[in-house]
Design a protein. Structure first.
Lengths: 314, 300
């Protein structure tokens, strides 16, 4: 290794694929340039990510209203959270949202992806299905807030035209969370479908040919070939979607604001209200530490169970 | 044999019809709400209630758009069903353009520098530092948002453009990851030839690497711009002041101004169109890039 690097130009010419090693001479210059190149990103990482992370953990052990200095209180915030009914309610509401969102989103997206893969690879279809994802959460939320309006929203007009009773989508405790989950399914289904579609495209053709030669039925092919080979993509989609949905905020903030009563006070909404409504930054920080731990656990378990970073194709 | 293939083909055709029907349904479900948005924005707000099921605008009027851009007097606005409160989406539009452009340009550029250092330059600890960057993708936004808010507040930067943009300027782990993948896949030959000619790394980067990376950087810039344009949480925390309010925050303020009972739906939908149209234009122009980048990028 070191011998090659002694005469860099010749080595670089003879074995271009190993030319990396031929650049020892420029190593020092490389290090200087590298430091220069990495500096802005480093500033960003340290100032807006690492330091805030440490500070967030520290604040979670303090009592801190935005005035004055943080006061160390040990694990008081955490014990208080443990007994906080609103926290448990927020967790229940969030998990309910995540569950509805994930099930519908993945099933619909998988269906759409299979349809696109089989019959419609057109760029138009893909582009159109992606539209809702490009528009801000806030816009999507307001649009559906209007379409699902109890009095004059088009959806309720259709429902009553069908002779069914109108539904208070955002206004009733029982409907609010499913409605918000549905709005997000609508926004994300095309995008998730495209992710899965890309995964389907990556499955080599010959696998299917062998299956059809063996006389496997479409159902059998789907369960024994498509699904297992799609697993890494599905695992990734699942992790990203679950982590994203645990942090639902925008849609709730512009439609229900957490109500009716506590029906849609999801965990991030609760953190926001604690910090900016009640100026209780210590408590809010402890809540976000808990959210962080939950998300890390979820990601770890999912990757472990689904072996998302291994492929069966090798 | 022949009959068998014939019947399977026929069955297949029926399946194709069914498949296309389902795709058509998905397209309708996706696109209809946008048409409804437009229809509502072009309606007169007072007529919406009595004419709620018609596909065409109810009592066609540009009033909603005028209202959103502050081109109506208070009396006119109230007469048409607006709240009468002053709103100026020109200002929000300008702020959104400024915020998204500046953060996108800086973030993509600085991330490209870092990505190149991770992909091509050799320096001690490189891979460890890279894995730290990658790990930050796991940190939920709210977790850093609270301390970042406190820092921006302590620096006296609340409701300033600096406070609004600072956390986004320097990097995004995703952007670094995305560009590093590209730099790794790029052929080294051109760089090496230049190096043999005695060109310095800096010159190689700016004159050879960057131009070669124009396509992935454009894709990344597009994705970043869309994300920044749609950003709501951070501007809500630090940029609620009228002077630097962006469209997403402006929309939620506009919604909360609507008088209870009879919200200004037309105005609200006109405002959402104003906020959505720039992204839709970008998508029409460069949509293929976005569509094709999904799957390659995987995340985000």
């Amino acid at each position: 290794m070191t011998t090659i690097t002694k005469d860099p130009p010749a080595a670089a010419h003879k074995m271009p694929q190993r030319s990396n090693r031929g650049r020892r001479r420029a190593k020092l210059r490389d290090v200087r340039i590298a430091l220069l190149f990495i500096l802005p990103a480093m500033i960003g990482l340290v100032a807006f990510c690492l330091v805030p992370t440490i500070r967030g953990v520290y604040l979670s052990f303090t009592e801190y209203s935005i005035l004055g200095e943080p006061k160390w209180v040990g694990v008081d915030n955490y014990t208080a959270i443990f007994k906080d009914e609103l926290f448990w309610n927020a967790m229940a509401v969030t998990i309910q949202y995540v569950a509805i969102n994930i099930v519908f989103q993945i099933v619909i997206a998988l269906g759409l992806a299979l349809l696109m893969h089989r019959v419609a690879k057109s760029a138009f279809v893909r582009g159109a299905l992606l539209l809702p994802f490009l528009v801000a959460n806030v816009i999507v939320a307001l649009l559906w807030f209007w379409m699902l309006d109890y009095q004059i929203g088009i959806v309720n007009e259709i429902i009553s035209w069908l002779g069914l009773p109108r539904v208070a989508f955002f206004g009733s405790e029982q409907w609010a969370i499913p409605t918000i989950a549905f709005v997000n399914v609508w926004r994300h289904m095309g995008y998730t479908a495209l992710l899965i579609f890309a995964g389907l495209q990556a499955i080599p053709h010959h696998v299917y040919e062998v299956a059809s030669l063996d006389g496997a039925s479409p159902t059998r092919t789907f369960w024994s070939i498509t699904m297992p080979l799609l697993r890494p993509v599905l695992a990734l989609v699942l992790v990203v979607t679950v982590i994203g949905s645990f942090q639902v905020f925008d849609t709730v903030a512009v439609t229900t604001g957490g109500g009716p009563v506590n029906a849609t006070r999801v965990i991030q909404m609760y953190i926001y209200q604690k910090a900016f409504g009640e100026s209780d930054f210590g408590y809010a920080s402890a809540l976000s530490v808990i959210l962080f731990v939950i998300l890390a656990l979820v990601a770890f378990i999912q990757m472990k169970f689904l072996k998302g970073n291994e492929s069966d194709l090798d | 044999m022949t009959t068998q293939t014939l019947t399977t083909r026929k069955a297949l055709d029926w399946r194709r019809v069914g498949a296309w029907a389902l795709i058509a349904l998905a397209l309708i479900v996706t696109i209809f709400p946008f048409l409804w948005m437009l229809r509502t924005a072009l309606s007169s707000n007072h007529s919406l209630a009595s004419n709620s099921g018609n596909l065409l605008p109810a009592d066609f009027s540009w009033g909603a758009f005028k209202r959103v851009f502050g081109m109506q007097t208070t009396e006119e606005a109230i007469a048409e069903g607006g709240s009468g409160a002053v709103i100026d989406f020109w200002l929000y539009l300008r702020n959104s353009i400024l915020f998204s452009t500046v953060t996108t340009a800086a973030q993509v550029f600085f991330s490209a520098l870092a990505a190149y250092a991770f992909a091509r330059l050799r320096w001690p600890g490189r891979d460890k530092v890279f894995s730290v960057f990658l790990a930050t993708m796991m940190i939920p936004g709210i977790f850093t948002a609270l301390p970042n808010f406190l820092m921006i507040k302590n620096l006296g930067l609340l409701n300033t453009f600096a406070g609004l943009t600072l956390p986004f300027l320097f990097m995004s782990a995703f952007a670094i990851f995305f560009l590093r993948q590209f730099f790794l896949s790029m052929s080294r030959e051109v760089e090496e030839a230049a190096m043999l000619d005695g060109a310095k790394s800096l010159r190689i980067f700016f004159q050879i690497v960057l131009p070669n990376a124009a396509a992935p950087m454009a894709t990344l810039a597009l994705l970043t711009f869309i994300g920044q344009w749609n950003e709501y949480f951070w501007p809500l925390l630090v940029g609620n002041d009228e002077s630097i309010r962006v469209l997403t925050v402006g929309l939620s303020v506009f919604k909360s101004q609507s008088p209870q009972g009879a919200p200004d739906w037309s105005g609200l939908m006109a405002a959402t169109i104003v906020a959505a149209v720039p992204i839709l234009i970008l998508f029409l122009a460069f949509g293929k890039k976005v569509v094709n980048s999904i799957g390659f990028s995987g995340i985000k």
